[in-house]
Design a protein. Structure first.
Length: 393
């Protein structure tokens, strides 16, 4: 509820804003600050649209946060990038209550963190660390056991979603609805060990994680138990060689900093990041209990299963989601490493590479342009596709 005395001033300001509309179009909005995935990606996509000239002309947008701040460092960085002040939230509320938003409200930033038009690959990141923050981040890397210069040693970040964080934020019913997005940390460890053997440092990220493990290699660091902070979460994800993880909102951070992402355990096939040339992914498979078989990719896409967002949707349809195995996660990490290092060469002379390309084309030919996808530049994991060719039927 609006409270005196700021309400009177806010009403006056909103009325003035409406009067000067012919000269400048001022709009009020809020940043979705409660969940880090939306908090980092939706403002970034809004700024990408601004860069591409897709916002109304002569427009000034004023923002403030809505609800709890999921990451204080991110909040500080958005304050440096956008027009933000606590009073703007008062203006937002007055405009919403008196005029139902009308044409001076930003009802929602680009939703669902979906860059369906490929803005991210055509624009530069809008979030930046100050020189002081960069020095702070390098010092913290040394404390974690990493060289402060990324040129001295490469590192990756990985994360498995579990109920440790969700239990602090949502109701048990919501946990039940979204638990199918969780994954087990042990399925990531072979990939982390492989990368550590190759000279990478592998940092496990997360907040209030429920799953623990003992690192099997000195280059594997459980950063969740070693002085994690809001600041270092962002700094590491902005500097990592690539990110390996599931559909937790944390995965949106490296995406916004234009870092490659190897996505695993996608339960909702059609929500894969189809527009990203530098990302690769593997989905969960759907086991149809009544017929004792897996659904094909075509069936998922044509029957709407590819858009199920809740665990209850799958269960009601008689479908069991099969999480990716440790071997599947390892294969995807190996592919990402090879692609980034230029050793994943596709040549017409290599029959295996040619077969992989044919499988990729067959997979993506099943997709159609829709409200959630309009470009198809991402790749599904090559080894996963080789081992599941029957799903291409």
């Amino acid at each position: 509820m609006l409270k005196y005395p700021s309400i009177a001033l806010a009403i006056v300001v909103v009325l003035i804003v409406r009067l000067i509309r012919p000269l400048v179009h001022i709009r009020f909005g809020v940043l979705p600050s409660i969940r880090i995935g939306h908090f980092v990606s939706e403002p970034e996509l809004y700024l990408c649209m601004r860069d591409e000239g897709l916002l109304p002309q002569k427009t000034v947008d004023l923002f403030w946060f809505t609800g709890k701040i999921s990451n204080q460092q991110l909040a500080s960085m958005w304050k440096r990038t956008l027009h933000m002040h606590p009073f703007y939230h008062r203006l937002y509320l007055v405009n919403r209550q008196l005029f139902k938003f009308s044409d001076h409200g930003i009802a929602r930033l680009p939703a669902q963190a979906r860059d369906i038009h490929g803005f991210l690959r055509r624009t530069a990141p809008h979030l930046h660390f100050t020189p002081e923050e960069d020095a702070r981040g390098r010092a913290a890397m040394q404390q974690l056991g990493l060289p402060p210069d990324a040129n001295e040693a490469k590192f990756i970040c990985y994360h498995s979603r579990d109920n440790g964080y969700s239990a602090l934020e949502v109701t048990p019913e919501q946990i039940r609805m979204y638990g199918c997005r969780n994954s087990k940390i042990e399925t990531y460890l072979p990939a982390a060990e492989m990368l550590a053997e190759k000279g990478y440092y592998a940092l496990r990220l997360g907040v209030s994680t429920a799953q623990t493990f003992t690192p099997a290699h000195p280059n594997i660091i459980d950063y969740t138990m070693k002085g994690r902070s809001d600041f270092m979460d962002l700094y590491l994800l902005a500097r990592c060689e690539f990110y390996l993880g599931d559909t937790c909102g944390l995965a949106e951070v490296p995406k916004v900093f234009r870092r490659p992402v190897a996505w695993v355990n996608f339960p909702t096939l059609e929500y894969a990041p189809t527009w990203s040339e530098q990302d690769i992914f593997i989905p969960q498979k759907c086991w149809l209990r009544a017929e004792n078989r897996f659904l094909t990719f075509r069936e998922m896409l044509e029957q709407g299963v590819s858009r199920y967002e809740h665990c209850t949707d799958f269960d009601d349809a008689g479908i069991d989601l099969i999480p990716n195995s440790a071997e599947e996660v390892l294969a995807l990490a190996q592919e990402m490493d090879a692609r980034l290092n230029g050793t994943w060469a596709t040549t017409e002379e290599d029959e295996a590479d040619e077969e992989d390309e044919e499988l990729q084309q067959k997979f993506w030919s099943l997709w159609k342009t829709s409200d959630v996808n309009s470009e198809f530049k991402c790749r599904i994991g090559a080894q996963f596709l080789r081992e599941n060719q029957d799903l291409l039927a």
